[in-house]
Design a protein. Sequence first.
Length: 241
Amino acid sequence: MRETNQDEKKQELENQQKVNEQIQEMGQVTLENNAKKHRVELLSIIGEVEGHESAPAHSKTTKYEHVLPKLAMIEDDAQVDGLLILLNTVGGDVEAGLAIAEMIASLSIPTVSLVLGGGHSIGVPMAVSADYSFVVPSATMVIHPVRSNGMFIGVAQTYRNMERIQDRITTFISTHSHMNQERIEKLMLDTSQLVKDVGTMLEGEEAVQEGLIDEVGGIRQALKKLYALIEERKTAGKESA
Protein backbone atom coordinates (compact mmCIF):
# COMPACT_ATOMS: atom_id res chain seq x y z
CA MET A 1 0.00 0.00 0.00
CA ARG A 2 2.85 2.35 0.90
CA GLU A 3 4.61 1.60 -2.42
CA THR A 4 1.41 2.42 -4.31
CA ASN A 5 1.11 5.79 -2.56
CA GLN A 6 4.75 6.55 -3.28
CA ASP A 7 4.28 5.67 -6.96
CA GLU A 8 1.23 7.94 -7.17
CA LYS A 9 3.10 10.83 -5.56
CA LYS A 10 6.04 10.28 -7.89
CA GLN A 11 3.74 10.30 -10.92
CA GLU A 12 2.01 13.45 -9.64
CA LEU A 13 5.34 15.22 -9.23
CA GLU A 14 6.43 14.17 -12.73
CA ASN A 15 3.17 15.45 -14.20
CA GLN A 16 3.54 18.77 -12.39
CA GLN A 17 7.10 19.07 -13.62
CA LYS A 18 5.94 18.54 -17.21
CA VAL A 19 3.26 21.23 -16.74
CA ASN A 20 5.83 23.66 -15.34
CA GLU A 21 8.18 22.97 -18.26
CA GLN A 22 5.35 23.55 -20.74
CA ILE A 23 4.47 26.88 -19.10
CA GLN A 24 8.12 27.94 -19.08
CA GLU A 25 8.84 26.93 -22.68
CA MET A 26 5.60 27.82 -24.49
CA GLY A 27 3.26 29.60 -22.07
CA GLN A 28 0.73 26.80 -22.43
CA VAL A 29 -1.17 24.89 -19.77
CA THR A 30 -4.42 22.94 -19.30
CA LEU A 31 -7.03 24.36 -16.90
CA GLU A 32 -9.35 21.66 -15.57
CA ASN A 33 -9.93 22.27 -11.85
CA ASN A 34 -13.01 24.46 -12.32
CA ALA A 35 -16.35 23.54 -10.74
CA LYS A 36 -17.74 21.75 -13.79
CA LYS A 37 -14.41 20.19 -14.78
CA HIS A 38 -14.36 21.79 -18.20
CA ARG A 39 -11.01 21.13 -19.86
CA VAL A 40 -9.68 24.44 -21.14
CA GLU A 41 -6.40 24.89 -22.99
CA LEU A 42 -4.53 28.13 -22.31
CA LEU A 43 -2.47 29.70 -25.10
CA SER A 44 -0.24 32.72 -24.44
CA ILE A 45 0.85 34.99 -27.28
CA ILE A 46 3.57 37.10 -25.72
CA GLY A 47 6.16 39.54 -27.06
CA GLU A 48 6.95 39.43 -30.76
CA VAL A 49 5.26 36.94 -33.08
CA GLU A 50 8.18 35.18 -34.72
CA GLY A 51 7.71 34.01 -38.30
CA HIS A 52 10.03 32.71 -40.98
CA GLU A 53 13.01 34.62 -39.60
CA SER A 54 14.33 34.30 -36.04
CA ALA A 55 14.06 37.33 -33.79
CA PRO A 56 17.12 38.52 -31.81
CA ALA A 57 18.06 36.18 -28.97
CA HIS A 58 17.20 38.77 -26.29
CA SER A 59 13.64 39.24 -27.59
CA LYS A 60 10.63 37.65 -25.93
CA THR A 61 8.86 35.80 -28.74
CA THR A 62 5.97 33.53 -29.62
CA LYS A 63 7.03 31.08 -32.32
CA TYR A 64 4.30 30.24 -34.80
CA GLU A 65 5.85 26.81 -35.49
CA HIS A 66 4.99 26.01 -31.85
CA VAL A 67 1.51 27.55 -31.89
CA LEU A 68 0.15 26.00 -35.10
CA PRO A 69 0.79 22.34 -34.08
CA LYS A 70 -0.65 23.10 -30.65
CA LEU A 71 -3.85 24.44 -32.21
CA ALA A 72 -4.09 21.39 -34.45
CA MET A 73 -3.70 19.11 -31.41
CA ILE A 74 -6.44 21.06 -29.59
CA GLU A 75 -8.84 20.65 -32.52
CA ASP A 76 -8.06 16.93 -32.74
CA ASP A 77 -8.51 16.27 -29.00
CA ALA A 78 -12.12 15.38 -28.20
CA GLN A 79 -11.44 15.95 -24.48
CA VAL A 80 -10.73 19.69 -24.92
CA ASP A 81 -13.80 21.84 -24.23
CA GLY A 82 -12.47 25.33 -24.95
CA LEU A 83 -9.51 27.60 -25.59
CA LEU A 84 -8.46 30.76 -23.74
CA ILE A 85 -5.95 33.02 -25.52
CA LEU A 86 -3.94 35.58 -23.53
CA LEU A 87 -2.33 38.31 -25.63
CA ASN A 88 0.36 40.81 -24.74
CA THR A 89 2.14 41.33 -28.03
CA VAL A 90 3.89 44.11 -29.95
CA GLY A 91 2.99 42.35 -33.22
CA GLY A 92 5.51 40.75 -35.54
CA ASP A 93 5.48 38.66 -38.69
CA VAL A 94 2.30 39.37 -40.69
CA GLU A 95 2.03 35.96 -42.38
CA ALA A 96 2.66 34.10 -39.10
CA GLY A 97 0.14 36.24 -37.21
CA LEU A 98 -2.54 35.76 -39.86
CA ALA A 99 -1.89 32.02 -39.91
CA ILE A 100 -2.41 31.83 -36.15
CA ALA A 101 -5.54 34.00 -36.38
CA GLU A 102 -7.04 31.86 -39.14
CA MET A 103 -6.33 28.68 -37.16
CA ILE A 104 -8.03 30.07 -34.05
CA ALA A 105 -11.03 31.28 -36.07
CA SER A 106 -11.49 27.84 -37.64
CA LEU A 107 -11.52 25.85 -34.38
CA SER A 108 -14.75 23.99 -33.65
CA ILE A 109 -14.55 24.52 -29.87
CA PRO A 110 -15.49 27.75 -28.06
CA THR A 111 -12.67 30.30 -27.90
CA VAL A 112 -12.19 33.48 -25.86
CA SER A 113 -9.33 35.99 -26.07
CA LEU A 114 -8.08 38.42 -23.44
CA VAL A 115 -5.78 41.34 -24.32
CA LEU A 116 -3.41 42.23 -21.49
CA GLY A 117 -0.90 45.04 -21.83
CA GLY A 118 -1.00 45.30 -25.60
CA GLY A 119 -2.45 43.80 -28.74
CA HIS A 120 -0.54 45.75 -31.35
CA SER A 121 -0.27 45.43 -35.11
CA ILE A 122 -0.79 41.80 -36.19
CA GLY A 123 -1.91 41.14 -32.61
CA VAL A 124 -5.24 42.76 -33.52
CA PRO A 125 -6.38 39.96 -35.90
CA MET A 126 -5.34 37.36 -33.33
CA ALA A 127 -7.36 39.14 -30.63
CA VAL A 128 -10.54 39.25 -32.72
CA SER A 129 -10.15 35.71 -34.09
CA ALA A 130 -11.80 34.21 -30.99
CA ASP A 131 -15.55 33.71 -30.63
CA TYR A 132 -15.57 36.43 -27.95
CA SER A 133 -12.91 38.95 -26.96
CA PHE A 134 -12.01 40.88 -23.80
CA VAL A 135 -9.54 43.65 -23.09
CA VAL A 136 -8.42 44.97 -19.71
CA PRO A 137 -8.95 48.73 -19.19
CA SER A 138 -5.21 49.52 -19.18
CA ALA A 139 -4.39 47.58 -22.36
CA THR A 140 -3.75 49.26 -25.70
CA MET A 141 -4.34 48.14 -29.25
CA VAL A 142 -2.44 49.74 -32.14
CA ILE A 143 -3.78 49.69 -35.68
CA HIS A 144 -1.27 50.80 -38.31
CA PRO A 145 -0.34 50.12 -41.96
CA VAL A 146 1.71 47.12 -43.02
CA ARG A 147 5.45 47.68 -42.85
CA SER A 148 8.26 45.98 -44.73
CA ASN A 149 11.56 44.84 -43.26
CA GLY A 150 14.69 44.84 -45.38
CA MET A 151 14.92 46.06 -48.98
CA PHE A 152 11.81 47.66 -50.42
CA ILE A 153 11.66 47.83 -54.23
CA GLY A 154 9.89 51.05 -55.15
CA VAL A 155 7.78 49.88 -58.07
CA ALA A 156 4.02 49.83 -58.62
CA GLN A 157 3.78 46.05 -58.23
CA THR A 158 5.39 46.21 -54.79
CA TYR A 159 2.96 48.85 -53.58
CA ARG A 160 0.01 46.84 -54.88
CA ASN A 161 1.30 43.77 -53.08
CA MET A 162 1.54 45.73 -49.81
CA GLU A 163 -2.01 46.97 -50.34
CA ARG A 164 -3.25 43.41 -50.87
CA ILE A 165 -1.57 42.26 -47.66
CA GLN A 166 -3.11 45.17 -45.81
CA ASP A 167 -6.52 44.38 -47.32
CA ARG A 168 -6.24 40.78 -46.06
CA ILE A 169 -5.67 42.10 -42.54
CA THR A 170 -8.49 44.67 -42.56
CA THR A 171 -10.89 42.16 -44.12
CA PHE A 172 -10.12 39.59 -41.42
CA ILE A 173 -10.54 42.14 -38.62
CA SER A 174 -13.85 43.45 -39.99
CA THR A 175 -15.15 39.90 -40.51
CA HIS A 176 -14.37 38.84 -36.94
CA SER A 177 -15.32 42.03 -35.08
CA HIS A 178 -18.10 44.66 -35.08
CA MET A 179 -15.89 47.20 -36.84
CA ASN A 180 -16.33 47.89 -40.56
CA GLN A 181 -13.40 47.87 -42.95
CA GLU A 182 -13.70 51.55 -43.83
CA ARG A 183 -13.35 52.56 -40.18
CA ILE A 184 -10.36 50.25 -39.68
CA GLU A 185 -8.59 51.78 -42.68
CA LYS A 186 -9.33 55.30 -41.44
CA LEU A 187 -7.77 54.56 -38.04
CA MET A 188 -4.89 52.77 -39.73
CA LEU A 189 -3.96 55.86 -41.74
CA ASP A 190 -4.48 58.46 -39.00
CA THR A 191 -1.52 60.87 -38.78
CA SER A 192 -2.63 62.79 -35.68
CA GLN A 193 -2.03 60.27 -32.88
CA LEU A 194 1.32 58.49 -33.06
CA VAL A 195 4.51 60.57 -32.99
CA LYS A 196 6.60 59.94 -36.14
CA ASP A 197 4.19 57.20 -37.18
CA VAL A 198 0.85 56.53 -38.86
CA GLY A 199 -1.99 54.73 -37.13
CA THR A 200 -4.18 54.76 -34.02
CA MET A 201 -3.76 53.57 -30.45
CA LEU A 202 -6.96 52.46 -28.72
CA GLU A 203 -7.15 51.92 -24.97
CA GLY A 204 -9.35 49.17 -23.54
CA GLU A 205 -12.65 51.05 -23.35
CA GLU A 206 -12.04 52.76 -26.71
CA ALA A 207 -11.43 49.40 -28.40
CA VAL A 208 -14.85 48.23 -27.17
CA GLN A 209 -16.59 51.48 -28.18
CA GLU A 210 -15.14 51.14 -31.68
CA GLY A 211 -16.49 47.59 -31.94
CA LEU A 212 -13.04 46.07 -32.23
CA ILE A 213 -13.28 44.10 -28.95
CA ASP A 214 -16.46 42.71 -27.44
CA GLU A 215 -16.08 43.65 -23.78
CA VAL A 216 -13.85 45.21 -21.13
CA GLY A 217 -12.88 42.61 -18.54
CA GLY A 218 -10.17 40.48 -17.00
CA ILE A 219 -9.41 36.82 -16.46
CA ARG A 220 -12.50 36.23 -14.29
CA GLN A 221 -14.86 37.56 -16.94
CA ALA A 222 -13.01 35.77 -19.74
CA LEU A 223 -13.21 32.38 -18.05
CA LYS A 224 -16.84 32.91 -17.06
CA LYS A 225 -17.74 33.68 -20.68
CA LEU A 226 -15.77 30.69 -21.96
CA TYR A 227 -17.51 28.33 -19.52
CA ALA A 228 -20.88 29.74 -20.66
CA LEU A 229 -19.99 29.14 -24.33
CA ILE A 230 -18.91 25.59 -23.47
CA GLU A 231 -22.21 24.94 -21.70
CA GLU A 232 -24.16 26.35 -24.67
CA ARG A 233 -22.28 24.09 -27.06
CA LYS A 234 -22.89 21.00 -24.93
CA THR A 235 -26.59 21.84 -24.57
CA ALA A 236 -26.91 22.34 -28.33
CA GLY A 237 -25.15 19.01 -28.90
CA LYS A 238 -27.60 17.17 -26.64
CA GLU A 239 -30.61 18.77 -28.33
CA SER A 240 -29.38 17.88 -31.82
CA ALA A 241 -28.73 14.29 -30.72
